[in-house]
Design a protein around this ligand. Structure first.
Ligand code: IPM
Ligand code: MG
Length: 357
């Protein structure tokens, strides 16, 4: 019996999580693999019900689970709250609380969606398959920040990007090991021409590269990487980068694959316990309308099967099911193209679940 803590969250979160659960239920039946779900609160809904974005009970239940399935958090309703009481503070808190420092964000273009990509076919070439490895529990997201009033009027605010050797080494290790299992190319993305923290990253990771002679290791500045992702996306295999750069580049990479609604993620630490969530946000403007794309969350569930439950076969089943449904021309509106069949969140989830049975 595997225990899954479920954080539906805000906006479209509950709808897309239900889609992923539908798929997990089918897998559970097919492989006679019992799953037990426990709903816990986090984000705006937790603020409304308990007064805080991340109740202690949520942390405790997540820590006692085998995996966490997460929708999305945040929305205009909570935008005026101070930084550490916002829904997003709950998300950062659970990432930190579970010490899931390695965030894997695969950007894979389904061939069926070539037309939906923001890029021309000749730039996409045969395939896009990039793994963005984002450091998730350090850097500017967690560094010291503050705001003060200035004597002469006005204010001053700051955020700090700090990294220590061990934080860089442990994520770089994940980077090299991941690259070894893929096409053996690792690109470290930084801003070493300006930032001291980037210079430390570059020193450490370059040194570690000598232990991985089979991996082609290169470094790229983040501005240049942002440009190359559009100019020559197929030149990338595995990208390793710090927290904020990874946040930005993974959204950019998602548009290569057709939609932000397609990109899953796995956040892993030193144990098997991981957090699985789509990379997109809570999309409050389309919440409750049954139009959100559940595929990013369903693909996140497939990463859960692979990384937390060691069920590679079931993970491949889920991915094949998504591909088959796309073959049959079903599309949510974010990936809709002429001649395709438009479906909502629930129908898309059911179609994918039915392919697995
Ligand atoms: C993501 C999101 C979050 C992040 C937000 C919601 C705090 O953009 O997972 O990429 O910045 O990490
Ligand atoms: Mg983001």
């Amino acid at each position: 019996m595997k225990k899954i803590a479920v954080i539906k969250g805000d906006g479209i979160g509950p709808e897309i999580v239900l889609g992923a659960i539908k798929v997990l239920d089918v897998v559970s039946k097919k492989y006679d693999f019992p799953l037990q779900y426990t709903d816990v609160l986090m984000g705006g809904i937790a603020i409304d019900n308990t007064g805080v974005p991340l109740p202690q009970e949520t942390i405790d239940i997540c820590k006692n689970s085998d995996a966490v399935l997460l929708g999305s958090v945040g929305g205009p309703k909570w935008d005026k709250l101070p930084g550490n009481s916002r829904p997003e503070a709950g998300l950062l808190g659970i990432r930190k609380g579970l010490e899931v420092f390695a965030n894997l964000r695969p950007a894979i273009l389904f061939p069926q969606l070539k037309e939906a990509s923001a890029l021309k076919p000749e730039i996409l070439k045969d395939n896009i398959n990039i793994m963005v490895i984002r450091e998730l529990t350090g850097g500017i997201y967690f560094g010291e920040r503050s705001r003060v009033n200035l004597v002469g009027g006005g204010q001053k605010a700051w955020d700090t990007m700090a990294y220590s050797t061990y934080e860089i080494e442990r994520i770089a290790h994940v980077g090299f090991e991941t690259a070894m299992k893929r096409n053996k190319k690792l690109t470290l993305v930084d801003k070493a021409n300006v930032l001291e923290s980037s210079r430390l990253w570059r020193e450490i990771v370059t040194k570690m590269a000598t232990n991985y002679p089979d991996v082609t290791f290169e470094v790229q500045l983040v501005d240049s990487c942002a440009m190359q992702l559009i100019r020559n996306p197929s030149s990338f295999d595995t990208i390793l980068t710090e927290n904020m750069f990874g946040d930005i580049l993974s959204d950019e990479a998602s548009m290569l694959t057709g939609s932000l609604g397609m990109l899953p993620s796995a956040s892993l630490g030193n144990s098997k316990l991981g957090i699985y969530e789509p990379i997109h946000g809570s999309a409050p403007d389309i919440a409750g309308k049954d139009i959100a794309n559940p595929i990013a969350t369903i693909m996140s569930a497939s990463m859960m099967l692979r990384y937390s439950f060691d069920m590679e076969k079931a993970a491949l089943d889920v991915e094949a099911a998504v591909s088959k449904v796309l073959d049959k021309k079903y599309r949510t509106i974010d990936i809709m193209q002429p001649g395709m069949k438009s479906v909502g969140t629930i129908e898309m989830s059911n179609l994918i679940a039915n392919e697995i049975k």
